[in-house]
Write a new protein. Structure first.
Length: 277
């Protein structure tokens, strides 16, 4: 059966440097029946720069519940819609995620049109391991919720990438150092723009840098992974031996495992076990 539904194109746009706009994105925007934009005035400027004269429709965090059904109806009717955010890839920490999920659920083709992305741009230039990495977007605004989230992410075995606004960055770095300790970190600012900056150091030196140079622009924080805190075994090692044996582990193997874990001589454990047998 022929599918007459339109396509939802997720079009990446530049995060600062207009030269990062891809020829494919320009073509898709030129050919789209509708262009759904987070900020229509901002997007109109971008479209004008590239000579694109498409029909704009608003779709953002505060109207997505109302506008989502409008976009889906147009897609169902066979219209092709290009979705853009103010900067970067729609669906990454913005309401594009919701309409993409709704379109997929409705059997509407969702087509990514790749391009600039602040997370990956900062990660590859950070000097920290790029695999694996964890993207956390923006931390909660309230300090209580923020510190709870930092505790939750404390031992993630991956480089962490976060976004932050200039008016919160100093408080966020203070909370990060309190919860995570003074880890290595790269601070990215004004990425791809004329005054692009990467400051590489630790959480504390990055914060000091911002105290001396008042923060401006949006930030990307790339932080080294946390170290797993080794849990020391608790209780009587002899009881641990008995427990392993009760679960089917050979006596010799049980003694070896427990002696290693508790850092006690195997002979000492063996003698205690013999006395109780």
């Amino acid at each position: 059966m022929e599918n007459n539904k339109g396509n939802l194109y997720l079009c990446a746009t530049p995060i600062g440097n207009l030269e990062d706009m891809t020829p494919r994105a320009v073509r898709v925007l030129q050919e789209a029946d509708l262009i759904a934009a987070e900020d229509t005035r901002h997007t109109r400027q971008l479209l004008t720069h590239f000579g694109i004269h498409g029909q704009l429709i608003s779709y953002h965090e505060h109207n997505k519940e109302k506008q989502g059904p409008v976009l889906l109806e147009a897609l169902e009717a066979g219209k092709n819609i290009a979705l853009v955010t103010d900067a970067g890839f729609p669906g990454i920490s913005d309401p594009g995620e919701m309409i993409a999920q709704q379109a997929i659920a409705a059997g509407i083709p969702v087509v990514p049109v790749p391009g600039a992305n602040a997370c990956l741009t900062a990660l590859v230039a950070s000097g920290l391991p790029s695999t694996p990495f964890f993207f956390g977007a923006f931390l909660p605004k309230s300090r209580k919720n923020r510190k709870e989230k930092l505790e939750e992410w404390k031992h993630i075995p991956a480089t962490l990438v976060l976004y932050e606004a200039p008016h919160r960055i100093l408080d966020v770095l203070q909370d990060m150092e309190e919860v995570w300790g003074d880890r290595k970190m790269t601070l990215g600012r004004e990425l791809t723009k004329l005054h692009e900056e990467f400051f590489r150091g630790t959480i504390s030196t990055c914060r000091q840098h911002l105290l001396e140079n008042p923060p401006r622009g949006e930030f990307v924080l790339v932080v080294e992974q946390g170290k797993m805190e080794k849990q020391e075994p608790q209780g009587d090692p002899l009881e641990a031996v008995k427990d392993l044996m009760a679960r089917g582990t050979d006596k010799k193997e049980a003694l070896a495992q427990v002696a290693k874990a508790y850092k006690v001589p195997k002979r000492e454990l063996y003698n205690r076990l013999v006395k109780e047998e």
